[in-house]
Write a protein that binds this ligand. Structure first.
Ligand SMILES: [Zn+2]
Length: 347
């Protein structure tokens, strides 16, 4: 059986040109070259991977998780922005008590956003929907038992997007949209192994005991998204204990990282005993990544993947970050091959 890979060519139309970071205008790291790197690496192993174009999704699927106003804002961008133009929110309200933002005015976009690195364009809505469609297509394959695992090349990524807000290069939360649907029937675990804390996913399931969320990431005292991902955040209400944050210092190598996976992540997963596993797989943990500050090598990724494959759970692997364009494809392929080679039959 080949490894199913979901991707839609229209995802290439997403071209954020630059981002504002601490007053500087920087070339945007979330480029189409990331997709090209991954596709080239996986196509070179076409005897292992099978490419599948997903079907379109319904708006209802998105709105199970996200506020409809977020979609309205993307629609406003589609209608009001010329092709190739980007719009950056500038004003971010700390309180919405007196005035509510209008999703029909781009100047109000900061009311739905939390950073200045995630522009709106005329294609934002379309590309974000195809990214969700990839995740959903892969999820359907798994739940229909056509394959025990699948990889979705989600671009834009999703783990920073919350109910009512976008940011961190993310517009819709692909992992949360699938998990929310699966959680209606079975227990779901999401493990976020991107370098950055999955603040959006945490936010969405913070009071939910049907979804276990574990995030291993660079310490937020030093790294984006700064205001979440601390150890003491462990869920609220009936969700208390179902969020686990493992912030780590910069410079962690593969040996130390795997020890964390073995001693903290895998035991927590076994205790929760989920019926489905979603991996928010970011590769900005790689040693040469221009944004992340861990020291994982290419050879570490199949080892990380093997830990999750050994659980023998139906597993959806979603692409999140990873900005070392030259090595991203090789790292993704190593991870996926490591997963496939070590997958134990579903219990
Ligand atoms: Zn990241």
């Amino acid at each position: 059986m080949k490894f199913p890979v979901f991707f839609h060519p229209l995802q290439k139309e997403h071209k954020p040109l630059y981002e504002w970071a601490f007053g500087k205008k920087l070339n945007h790291p979330e480029t189409t070259k990331r997709i090209e790197s991954i596709l080239a690496a996986l196509e070179a192993s076409h005897n292992i991977f099978e490419f599948i174009v997903p079907e379109a999704i319904s708006q209802e699927l998105i709105h199970n998780v996200h506020d409809e106003k977020l979609t309205q804002l993307y629609l406003t961008a589609e209608e009001q922005l010329a092709k190739g133009k980007t719009f950056y929110p500038s004003v971010f309200p700390r309180s919405l008590i007196s005035k509510k933002p209008s999703a029909k005015k781009l100047a109000h976009a900061g009311g739905f956003c939390f950073d200045s690195g995630t522009p709106l364009t005329s294609v934002t809505k379309k590309v974000a929907e195809w990214s969700v469609a990839c995740a959903n297509g892969a999820a359907l394959l798994i739940e229909n038992k056509k394959s025990p695992f699948a990889y979705s090349l989600c671009r834009p990524p999703g783990h920073h997007a919350s109910h009512k807000s976008f940011g961190g290069y993310c517009y819709y939360n692909n992992a949360a949209i699938v998990a929310s649907r699966w959680a209606g029937k079975s227990k779901v675990a999401i493990v976020d192994i991107d370098f950055h804390h999955g603040n959006g996913t945490q936010d969405i399931f913070y009071e939910d005991n049907r979804v276990l969320f574990i995030s291993v990431h660079g310490h937020p005292l030093e790294f984006y998204p700064y205001f979440s991902g601390y150890e003491e955040e462990e869920g609220r209400g009936k969700g208390k204990g179902f969020t686990i944050n493992i912030p780590l210092s910069e410079g962690i190598d593969g040996y130390e990282y795997l020890k964390i996976i073995d001693t903290l992540v895998i035991p927590a997963l076994k205790k929760f005993d989920p019926k489905f596993l979603i991996l928010s797989a970011g590769f900005d943990t790689y040693k040469e990544d221009p944004i992340g500050r861990f020291n994982l090598e290419t050879d570490d990724f199949p080892e990380v993947a093997a830990r999750f494959a050994n659980l023998g759970l139906p597993t959806l692997i979603l692409q999140e970050g990873g900005y070392s364009v030259e090595k991203l494809g090789v790292n993704v392929r190593s991870f996926l091959e490591g997963f496939k080679d070590n997958f134990k039959k579903i219990k």
